[in-house]
Design a protein around this ligand. Structure first.
Ligand code: 5GP
Length: 195
């Protein structure tokens, strides 16, 4: 979708984490940044409304469709996608500036965004987080209570499509027990940082 190449020869690693919503990715990314504080988390911009407890500039930059589309025209997004009826985009300036300064960057984006970014940043390290099963995923989405049944159905259909594409990723982590998944994720990232 975004066309311009933003590839520079950066010193910092680019870690991309994806998962169907409800697989525990946000929690795992938070644990990752707590345990590896040098990682710079890329805050995406979205047109969706904030969920309860979400803070503008922390979880996302919340914006309107018109402003988001102006960003597409201005090549502001390293990648962008339309997910569950909302736009999501990653700042190109953030990735390039942080990596050029030698910092490792962490992105939490979907599969379409990952495919776009891997074309621009072939050295990206991609990690897919899998729920233990589709049934467990549906249960988690229902227990979260954030979405009505029709949106849960949409998220489940999207999740099945995304899970079928996990082979695109260099690493897959199954989030059955949170602490085990967190340890696996931390050790994958540390492995690259120490190499
Ligand atoms: P949620 O609305 O549940 O926060 O996120 C929905 C989906 O959008 C998740 O799969 C999440 O990873 C993805 N997402 C969040 N930010 C971005 C982004 O900047 N780009 C892309 N392509 N996907 C994103």
């Amino acid at each position: 979708m975004a066309e311009k190449s933003h590839f520079v020869s950066p010193a910092g690693h680019l870690f991309i984490v994806s998962a169907p919503s409800g697989a525990g990715k946000s929690t795992l990314c938070r644990i990752l940044t707590e345990r590896l504080p040098a990682l710079r988390y890329s805050i995406s911009t979205t047109t969706r409304s904030p969920r309860e407890g979400e803070v503008d500039g922390v979880d996302y930059f919340f914006t309107d469709v018109e402003t988001f589309k102006a960003g597409i025209q201005a090549n502001q997004w390293a990648e962008w996608a339309h997910v569950h009826g909302n736009y999501y985009g990653t700042s190109a300036v953030f990735i390039d500036a942080e990596r050029a300064a030698g910092h490792d960057v962490l992105l939490d984006i979907d599969v379409q965004g990952t495919v776009q970014l891997c074309a621009k940043y072939p050295d990206a390290i991609t990690i897919f987080i899998m729920p233990p099963s589709s049934d467990v995923l549906r249960q988690r989405l229902e227990q979260r209570g954030a979405d009505p049944p029709d949106i849960i159905d949409k998220r489940m259909a999207n999740a099945r499509r995304e899970m079928a594409q996990h082979g695109v990723y260099r690493h897959t982590v199954i989030n059955d027990r949170l602490e085990t998944a967190a340890e696996t994720l931390v050790s994958i990232v540390r492995g690259y940082q120490e190499s």
